[in-house]
Design a protein around this ligand. Structure first.
Ligand code: SF4
Length: 436
């Protein structure tokens, strides 16, 4: 309650809608209705861009990309507002072909069946350079396709999933897929959370509809383990919707650093007192999802892990890479090595260079004393490959072709088997924590 001129006034809360109906279409319609009704939310005769997550070439059964049936349901809903044009647009992850991603995810087929235009942002030539005011990262401007800036509405359509470099991916992270590879690569060279906020500054989605039908836990985005949850969430506020989506799957938001960054940047609220959940409540749809990226940094006692002050992104990378070493039979062989993540005032003396892994830009100060891997956070497989090979594996030179891709391919079967065994164990242990 706030006082204005002696009159008590209630501060307007941010609305997050949750729907869980038998059909995806009914859930999507319900969410739009709970947010005010699609005809009121969208201008008539508008150009509407739908931004799904189609960042990797993977089928709908993997939950790596937004469920194509969620996209179809949103198209049907949006059509009630008589738009001039509906576009589905994406710029897939670095090294991924967006058209291939549209095809394998099933999103291309939905676009064709519904008569909706598909745009690969990576191939767009008509770009506008936008300065980023008060930039949080080193990104002072971003080049954005003209059609995105001229659209009347951008509807953000993320899927909720575990993500190695950010712990989880949902509404906030999905907007990263509106820039071309050049900006994308720049973003990965510095603090990714801050860089994401700078992209949000340039590209603001006005509505966020979250696919939480089968969110992907596990070691997403590359080794996902989906879980049936069956709901859709929606909000005008990308921060609030991400917070509530995390509540739905039992992910502790206090352990994910970029919520604070997003709230400070003014993109939404992280204060649950300011969020009103309408429709279903969290307890009605709650399911504990296995996201093994944070918590328990002492899980690898055979190594000397110095992880104080590390943010959640580097913690997630640590979990991913240490577990990969276990899966491929390299963990015991390399026991005793020291891994440093996060900013430090000092590190132990006398460690042989090849046994000291300095992971991430926070450790740059000590770069001459060990194997320093650049990035904030560095690439997803850099740490375990560096430990295994005893040279810095960061993708420079021809490493991607000669070392990283062949290594990943060889390690994949053992890794997948290991992840699914761990998932089974987790869900057996948490069978009484799967909601009502
Ligand atoms: S290097 Fe790692 S710990 Fe340091 S800010 Fe970047 S992601 Fe966080």
């Amino acid at each position: 309650m706030i006082m204005q001129g002696g009159i008590k006034m209630s501060k307007k809360k941010t609305t997050v809608a949750i729907a869980k109906e038998a059909e995806i279409q009914d859930s999507v319609t319900k969410v739009f209705d709970l947010l005010g009704g699609v005809e009121k939310m969208l201008k008539p005769n508008a150009t509407i861009v739908l931004k799904p997550n189609a960042g990797h070439a993977a089928g709908p059964e993997t939950s790596v990309c937004t469920n194509p049936e969620v996209i179809r349901a949103v198209i049907h809903e949006v059509r009630k507002a008589n738009p001039k044009k509906i576009i589905i647009a994406e710029s897939a992850a670095i090294g991924c072909d967006t058209i291939e991603c549209f095809k394998l995810s099933g999103i291309g087929k939905v676009a064709l069946e519904e008569g909706v235009e598909l745009i690969d942002i990576k191939r767009e030539k008509d770009l506008i350079t936008l300065p980023v005011r008060n930039n949080k990262s080193n990104i002072s401007s971003v080049r954005i396709p003209r059609f995105l800036l001229e659209a009347d509405h951008i509807i953000n359509l993320p899927i909720l999933k575990a993500h190695a470099s950010m712990v989880f991916s949902c509404a906030l992270k999905n907007i990263k897929g509106t820039v071309q590879d050049k900006v994308h690569i720049e973003m990965h060279k510095q603090n990714l959370a801050m860089a994401m906020m700078d992209v949000w500054y340039a590209v603001r989605a006005d509505i966020n509809i979250v696919d939480c039908i089968r969110p992907a836990g596990g070691y997403g985005p590359h080794t996902p383990v989906p879980l049936e949850v069956g709901c859709i969430l929606g909000s005008y506020d990308p921060v609030a919707v991400d917070m509530i989506a995390c509540d739905v799957i039992g992910l502790d938001t206090d352990k994910v650093d970029y919520f604070k960054v997003a709230a400070e940047a003014g993109f939404g609220t992280i204060d649950r007192n300011d969020i009103e959940v309408v429709g279903k409540q969290v307890k009605d749809v709650y399911k504990k999802l296995w996201i093994p990226y944070i918590g328990g940094m002492q899980k690898w006692p055979e190594y000397n892990i110095l992880s104080d002050n590390a943010c959640s992104s580097c913690q997630a990378m640590l979990a991913l890479n240490m577990e990969t070493l276990k899966a491929i039979g390299e963990y015991d062989k390399n026991a005793g090595k020291t891994v440093v993540i996060g900013r430090k005032d000092s590190i132990p003396e006398g460690i042989p260079k090849e046994k000291l892994i300095l992971h991430g830009n926070c450790t740059r100060k000590w770069k001459d004393r060990g194997l320093f891997i650049e990035g904030c956070p560095p690439g997803e497989t850099s740490m375990y490959m560096t430990i295994k090979e005893e040279i810095v594996v960061d993708g420079r030179g021809d490493q991607v072709e000669t070392l990283i891709r062949p290594g990943q391919k060889a390690d994949q079967p053992a890794w997948k088997k290991y992840v699914f065994e761990q998932a089974e164990k987790f869900y057996a242990e948490h069978k009484n924590d799967q909601g009502e």
